[in-house]
Write a protein that binds this ligand. Sequence first.
Ligand code: F6R
Length: 621
Amino acid sequence: MCGIVGYIGQRDSVPIILDALARLEYRGYDSSGVAVIDANGELLGSKAEGKLANLTARLRDGEHISGKIGIGHTRWATHGRPSDANAHPHMDCSRRMAVVHNGIIENYAVLRDRLLEQGHTFTSETDSEVIAHLLESNCAAGGDGTVTERIEAALRATLRELVGAYALGVICADDPEHLFFARNGASPLVAGHENGEVFVASDTPAILQYTRKQLIVHEGEMLVVSANGWKLTDYDGNPVHRQATTISWDPGSAEKGGFKHFMLKEIFEQPTVINETLAGRIDEQGDVRLEAELDSISEDLLRSISKISITGCGTAFNAGMVGMYLLRSLVRVPVEMELASEFRYGDPVIDHGALTIAMSQSGETADTIEAVRIAKGAGATVLGICNRLGSPLTRVADATLFTRGGPEIGVAATKTYVSQVTAMILFSLYLARLRGTAPLERLREIAKNTSLLPAAIDVLLNESDSIRAVAKSMRKAHSVLFMGRYVNVPTALEGALKLKEISYIHAEGYPAGEMKHGPIALLDSSVPVVGIATDGRVREKIISNLMECKAREAPIIVVANYGDTEVASFADHVFWVPKVDEMLSPILNIIPLQLLAYHIADLEGKDVDQPRNLAKTVTVE
Ligand code: F6R
């Protein structure tokens, strides 16, 4: 969703801000803008609807601005349609200060009415613009101290009046030596300081090429930045002492590295990502060791939990569902799934004996964070499964198991899905050993087989070209059904989600046994059915379901194990995968489906990495 960037130093801020904003494009946006204080102390800005290229062209072709201090923004519309006027930065009436804002100001209507009465003039339909006018009004009230201290005090007064979850950045022509930032709620903010330059952004990859030492600003904190460093305080002005964290991500990992799209690169990174997720978590005997990482959830507590509920959104939910089957099978504990977006309204029954597992790549998804708050409020212990160090989820959860997926730039989650499933395998094996619910040899065998998955995925990735050939035969379909059973129901859901989000072809994932209860009515020769029929307890059942689809003339595409002649005899196309333990099969079976979705979208010329209407992180309800 929205992105914030700030810079102060000796260089012209505009190219740096544009470069950092480009690295935030993946989060999804529909307009952008930049504001600087130039060498004459004037506040200048430029904004454009649409892609960042429109802003770059505007800055090049007539609205050239430069300055050693500036802020920039990519906006994902909430209040007011995407337009030049609604793009950030927003300025006050005197055009002395510029504000960028992520999140939602819930009480903006009341504030706006009051400010209008006081004579302020608004130029946009956004909730964000109230911040600029409120700050102007609070600055006008005067105060003691230096200009910086007066702006700080006015910003504090402004923050006290704002209701909602947000991150914001401010520059003020009266103080060309400082930038001001604040954070309240899920919207992240990081800052890095290198050789007389400070870079601030709402997401780590935006400034990774400039600095790997990044300070994470927490909720309820204000950051005042100069070229020499920063001052971090709480909203009352009390100093907060926190060291910058060194980010281990390689800056190159947020580049395309020769691939046509980030999504394709990230699909190909999956063997590495699984290795990373497993690294150091399985000992020489083959036992999973997570006690050090999960130390705030004691082993006794884990032994005593009476129920597990797993929550998340989209792909993270699907990964959680694989975890549900693993936990049921290995730990024999009641496990239920609850979509995070339904959690707060669904009256979930949670008590002190419950463990809630919250799955989120970004750790920022508003619904997931809210679900965690509700679960904690009801007394549950919360385990986060998350990819982002310092993200809101990691701070509200009792403990976090990091997925180590690295930065994922393509909006469609791929490598983070397999890393989440891998983390779920690890946690299930760990819990089963602690509770003694499965034979140790069986757990060790699964752990060993998990470590063999990367090599198997390497083999599958070699099939990318043959999957593209199948994609050619499916690219004009209006609707595609994906069917799985048992542990591969989530594979079907995830395969359908990938296809619909990047190709815009309608796709549904279904438990195959449900076909006869409705969806089979959709089938004819124009609706391909993709079935997952790898070895295991449901293979024969799903083959029967696929035969029923074939009898309705649907083209049949099957994910099956090498050498399955029965499947080969009736399928129109087969995606062959190596045979593995059924519990681990979702990790292999999703690979051809990711590639299928990718190739269909690419053949159709779709914007694979930034599909329409979608944002990488969904920070609003
Ligand atoms: C789909 C996709 C989304 C996310 C969902 C949750 O490809 O990426 O469905 O999985 O928005 O995001 P996180 O995991 O960041 O909470």
